[in-house]
Design a protein around this ligand. Sequence first.
Ligand code: M6R
Length: 616
Amino acid sequence: MCGIVGYVGPGSTLDVLLGGLKRLEYRGYDSAGISVIDPDLGLQTRKRAGKLQVLVDYLNESPLEDAHIGIGHTRWATHGAPTDGNAHPHLGGDGLKLSLIHNGIIENFSELKAELLAQGVNFSSETDSEVAAHLVARAYDETKDLKAAFVSVVNRLHGAFTLLCIHEDYQDLILAARRNSPLVIGLGDNENFLGSDVAAFVEHTKRAVSVGQDQIVELRSDSVKISTFHGESVELDEFTVDWDATSASKGGWPSFMAKEIADQPQAVGDTLMGRLDSDGRVKLDEFAGLEKLSEVTRIIITACGTAAYAGEVAKYAIEKWAKIPVSVELAHEFRYRDPVIDENTLILAISQSGETMDTLMAIRYAKEQGAKVLSICNTQGATLARESDATIYTHAGPEVAVASTKAFTAQITAGLLVALSLGWLRKALPEAQLTDLGKELLKLPRQVKNVLESLDRMRNLGREYSHAKSVLFLGRNVGYPIAMEGALKLKELAYIHAEGFAAGELKHGPIALIEAGQPVIVVVPSPKGEDSLHPKVISNIQEIKARGAKVIAIAEAGDQLVAQFADEVFSIPASHPMMAAVLSVIPLQTFALELASAKGLDVDQPRNLAKSVTVE
Ligand code: M6R
């Protein structure tokens, strides 16, 4: 939640800050602000409630001279409503010469605020963040050493924070601190950058440095220093960003979400690339980071939201192909119920951002209990990757729309690779079967492309159902998490009641929801194979049809039976049942996108949400 960006160098600070905020807006979009240090006028700040465009319009009315140092913030409110006053930056000190931005929650802010109020400090916001601005400014007034003041305050704060701070007396220094919230440095030529993630500066540099837990950054135009909160210096851990700057732009699409749905053949293909040879043999070099993998007795997959649904699909594949028991745990529930874990437990954490606080807390807890952590992550330099024993990157590229689409299908793809790789390692299935599965996986990018080419009817259906008050989703086996993902997409984007059910659960309660005209989207398994659940799902369709439901079926091409019972059938290419998870979610993403667009809603930035949930 909240995006932060900082820049020091000879370029246009305003361009870097506003461009960076634009690319970070997915992290929060209820207010935005910037501060720059004008060589003549000193510290200058502009901030406004509303989306970034409101700030841009305000800057047109009340312009700033460009400068060579500045910080910017886009907010997702935690403490205090989205108002101009609560927008960041927050100012402090005599003459308000210090500016500070914050991402996270300062948990002990009440006692710190009481202390400051007792000293006569006036507050101009209801935020927890403003206390940090006043504390640093007051410490600086005493010491006249900005870094010493900043470090002393950071050591008093509890909770989660990335802080960026500038002061009029220092025209070439940004101080930053990081605990439990993300921060990445961008290295330029005589210029340097800070951002919540690499998207903030990838347009300007691909050289990046990740910042570790409890570390302080001193960023100048020609130098970067990192030290711990206790003053020990830290070596820079540089990496090259493999995201293409243009992939973080809409590229002519009406929304990022539409573009990201269309990006899926590439996201899936890039995630497979180099990991499967043409004979269907899988090789995950990343496993080298995990000792004693063959001794693992069970796997716990932990994640939140859409990533957890990708984990559910991975569970089916790992159990079937590698014969290892798997459970999937929502990270926020897992962490707080004293789960039983030992050194033979492998934790598989899944996260697009790699910064979801609940997921990070879950892996930290599991590591304390001796478990090894493998992660599936989309963002280089993310905290999850830093803290995992091994990371498999999904190469989906930057995902900007708040609703996850291409990251989800890439996560499923990576989960299938993990399952197959474990199958090889454990010799859980005959080689021929494993290579056949690998060959099926290789077909996936092409099949995804085929689905994308046939979405017109689904788009129309989304528009036709734009007045629906509720849509239900049913599925079995891997179709079950896909049904839940379809429902989540619709809740997030269209703000209507949507629920996904395991089709087998229908008669245990949910069928009571069915009345005349109730739209139900059913993910139908392939009719092929002896153990196919197809006949059971066809029976479920008949049961709900008998009670008046309008059924839209997502079914394998050539499925004759389903057409007899469903009102509409959307066909996906014939594929292995496990890979069908990837194919069948695409029409559901499209349905939600079109339905929400028809209602005139902002599909990239749905209300109340932020893409990275970096607080608990
Ligand atoms: O960055 P993560 O993958 O850890 O995010 C997890 C969830 O917050 C995320 O998938 C969320 O559910 C999406 N908005 C769903 O579209």
